[in-house]
Structures are given as structure tokens and as C-alpha cells.
Design a protein around this ligand. Structure first.
Ligand SMILES: *[C@@H]1O[C@H](CO)[C@@H](O)[C@H](O)[C@H]1NC(C)=O
Ligand SMILES: *[C@@H]1O[C@H](CO)[C@@H](O)[C@H](O)[C@H]1NC(C)=O
Ligand SMILES: *[C@@H]1O[C@H](CO)[C@@H](O)[C@H](O)[C@H]1NC(C)=O
Length: 293
């Protein structure tokens, strides 16, 4: 009916529009845009193995590899980074109303998780956390670059202070032997975990299609490595895996809900040291590309 009301000229225009829609749909059908957040003390260039592989295997994918907080500035407080990179993620999402995917490596994966919760209006579909200290960090190996004499046992004296909280690492330093101080001083991790009060939205995670948690026992930096999958040490440095932690049991950030909805995906890969996750093509092919639809 509609068609018959149009003059030939308009019918032709309509034809062009329909053809254009079909063609652009074929192109757009391809892959969602991907936002990428690098790890600590590095920058966007460190993520190029991944971004180049995505471009090669999923041609036409738009990739936003953040250049913010590279190098030393990656040590700035987590909330500051969350605000700034989070606003970028929202802008990117606005340009792609059909939704985007998000990938964070190491500290970048924890920033990404906090961004999703802090900005629950995001339109991220799949979030890939590549060896990130989601439940915190209690190991100094990578920190020796910055603090050569820092010891795990005493690092809390530095990090659980007003000054220490001005560093990103201090914000997610989780000393199993000084939990009272952790809850008292840490301005970030207990808050993004909704452990103090309901600071962030759990809807920000629950609305994802998938949260993919990649980590492995030979990581060597993320300590315990299970932190990459929301497991952590108890007081005795015994691992309590995600399902047995209060965080999960009380569904503080939606992990339990997501688990029930089969939205949580775990990939435990042995043999990969921390600084190889983002350099290994086979990791990208097996555990990242399948979620970049
Ligand atoms: C509760 O959350 C608000 C921010 O939402 C924060 O300002 C306040 O300090 C929090 N309270 C505690 C006890 O952490
Ligand atoms: C720690 O170990 C001691 C002795 O082995 C045990 O009695 C205690 O229950 C353990 N605590 C936790 C939190 O597992
Ligand atoms: C890359 O990762 C795969 C596991 O997916 C592993 O078998 C292989 O040894 C790794 N390659 C390098 C160079 O580390």
C-alpha cells in the first residue's frame, strides 16, 4: 500500500534506501566495535598483538585501544581512571548503539569491571577480563620495578594509608592478614565489590551477555592467580574459590545471578606467564575472538 502512494521518483529513492540498508547491514552485521584497556606501566602499544589479530581475523572491526593512563600515569588512583576511561566507553557505545565489546588486560581488566558497574547505562555486550586481579592482589613481583624493596608482608604499611591509596595498586592491594585495615583504608576494591555499602550497580554486570574470566596457574604476577576468576586467599592463604566467597554467596555485584544465567565463562590456561597473555596469538584465537561477535 505504502509503495503505491509514492510517486515514481520517491519509489526510486525508497529502492535506493532499501538497497543501502541491505548492503550496510551486511557490512555492519560483521562484528561489534571493541574497546581495549592496557595493563599497568604500559600503554596501548602493548595491546597491539591483540588488536592486530582482531583486525586480521574479524576484518572491519572498529577498535578503540585507549591511550589514556599509559606508563607511570597507570599508577594514578583507580577511580580517576574509571571516570575518564569510563566516559570514553560511554561515548564509544553511543556511536555504536547495537553494542560494543570490552577487553581489559591485567589492571585494565579491573578498571573495565569497575567501569561497567560505575556506568551501568553502558551498552557493552561481552566483557573479557584477561588475567586481571578481580579479587585483589597480594604479590609484589611486578611491583619491584617501582618499589625494589617492597615486601608482601609489609606492603600494607605503605598501601593502607592515605598516601598509599593515591596509587592504583594500593587501591586493590588485598592483604589477607590485614583485612581490617583493608576495609578501613582501601578506597576502591571493597567499594566496587559493594562490601561497604551499595556503592556501584550490580546491574552493570548482570546486563552483560557474557563475562569471560581468563587466567592460569603459571601467571606468576597475579597473586593468587585465582583472583583473575574472583577467587582469593583466606586468612591462612588458602584459596577460597569464587563460589564459596561471600562476594558471590551474597550476590553483592551480581556474580551469582550471572552464574545462574550462564553468563560467566572461565578459561583456566596453564603455562602462560603474566606478560604473555596479551602477546600469544593462540590465546587470542582460542579465548578472545570467540566472544567478539
Ligand atoms: C557509602 O557510599 C558512599 C558513596 O556512594 C560513600 O561516600 C560512603 O563513604 C560509603 N560509606 C562507607 C561506610 O563506606
Ligand atoms: C586456619 O588454619 C587453622 C589451623 O590450621 C584453622 O584452625 C583455621 O580454621 C583456619 N582458618 C581459616 C579461615 O581457614
Ligand atoms: C601460547 O598459548 C598456548 C595455549 O593457548 C600455548 O600452548 C603456547 O605454548 C603459547 N605460546 C607461547 C609462545 O607462549
Amino acid at each position: 500500500m505504502f509503495c503505491c502512494l509514492l510517486r515514481p521518483n520517491n519509489a526510486y529513492t525508497l529502492f535506493i534506501i532499501i538497497v543501502t540498508l541491505i548492503l550496510s547491514n551486511n557490512v555492519a552485521k560483521s562484528y561489534r566495535a571493541v574497546a581495549v584497556i592496557h595493563g599497568i606501566l604500559t600503554g596501548s602499544d602493548s595491546m597491539e598483538t591483540i588488536t592486530n589479530r582482531i583486525k586480521e581475523m574479524h576484518p572491519g572491526t572498529q577498535i578503540y585501544n585507549t591511550q589514556r593512563y599509559a606508563g607511570w600515569s597507570s599508577l594514578e588512583p583507580m577511580w580517576r581512571q574509571v571516570e575518564e576511561i569510563g566516559n570514553d566507553i560511554l561515548s564509544i557505545g553511543a556511536a555504536f548503539p547495537e553494542g560494543i565489546n570490552l577487553l581489559g588486560y591485567s589492571q585494565g581488566g579491573l578498571l573495565a569491571r569497575a567501569i561497567l558497574q560505575r556506568f551501568p547505562d553502558h551498552n557493552v555486550k561481552n566483557f573479557i577480563s584477561l588475567s586481571s586481579p578481580q579479587a585483589g592482589q597480594y604479590g609484589t613481583r611486578f611491583l619491584h620495578l617501582i618499589f625494589p624493596d617492597l615486601m608482601c608482608e609489609t606492603a600494607y604499611e605503605l598501601f593502607y594509608s592515605k598516601i598509599g591509596q593515591h596509587t592504583s595498586v594500593g587501591n586493590y592491594w588485598n592483604d589477607p592478614h590485614h583485612q581490617e585495615l583493608y576495609y578501613k583504608y582501601s578506597k576502591f576494591l571493597p567499594l566496587v565489590n559493594n562490601e561497604k555499602n551499595k556503592t556501584v550497580s550490580k546491574y552493570g554486570l548482570i546486563k552483560l551477555d557474557k563475562m569471560v574470566l581468563i587466567g592460569g596457574p603459571d601467571d606468576g604476577v597475579i597473586t593468587p592467580w585465582q583472583s583473575s576468576q574472583f577467587g582469593y586467599f583466606d586468612k591462612n592463604e588458602t584459596i577460597v574459590e569464587m563460589h564459596n566467597r561471600d562476594e558471590y554467596k551474597n550476590d553483592l555485584i551480581g556474580l551469582k545471578t550471572m552464574d545462574k544465567q550462564k553468563k560467566l565463562i572461565f578459561h583456566t590456561v596453564p603455562g602462560i606467564p603474566h606478560f604473555e597473555w596479551h602477546k600469544n596469538i593462540s590465546i587470542v584465537d582460542q579465548f578472545i575472538l570467540p566472544y567478539l561477535n
